[in-house]
Design a binder for this molecule. Structure first.
Ligand SMILES: [Mg+2]
Length: 123
């Protein structure tokens, strides 16, 4: 069971404050992209037709999610595998020129305003 968060509701003003500070996220995304490039992952990806690159990156993000699940099932720490998910998402967002910092804050604001469970009965 997820622990109930004790933080205050995300307001528009707080979201704007996040947006001002979100360069940290974008800097991390740029570094993830730079490190992946340095280690040859983008060169390898450039060998496949461009139409397949994003789906391959998404499949690799999915593989990291599966790695988290396997670690969890083995009752092992999941922190590094969770980090791998974020690293791959950041790398892809930079490759696609997505301002991930802004996107995260904007989506959090949308989520904050949604109805409880968004009308669904489970999860
Ligand atoms: Mg991994």
């Amino acid at each position: 069971m997820m622990k109930k968060m004790g933080r205050k509701k995300l307001t528009l003003q707080k979201a704007v404050e996040h947006l001002i500070r979100d360069e940290t996220i974008n800097e991390l995304a740029a570094d993830c992209h730079r490190i992946a490039s340095k280690h040859g992952f983008h060169k390898k990806l450039s060998l496949v037709p461009s139409a397949y690159r994003t789906p391959i990156c998404l499949a690799l993000i999915h593989s990291e999610v599966s790695e988290v699940l396997e670690k969890w099932r083995d009752d092992k720490p999941i922190d590094k595998e969770l980090a791998d998910i974020i690293i791959r998402v950041f790398d892809l967002s930079k490759a696609l020129n997505i301002d991930i910092g802004k996107a995260v804050v904007r989506k959090m604001l949308v989520n904050e305003r949604r109805k409880r469970l968004h009308g669904r009965k489970r999860m």
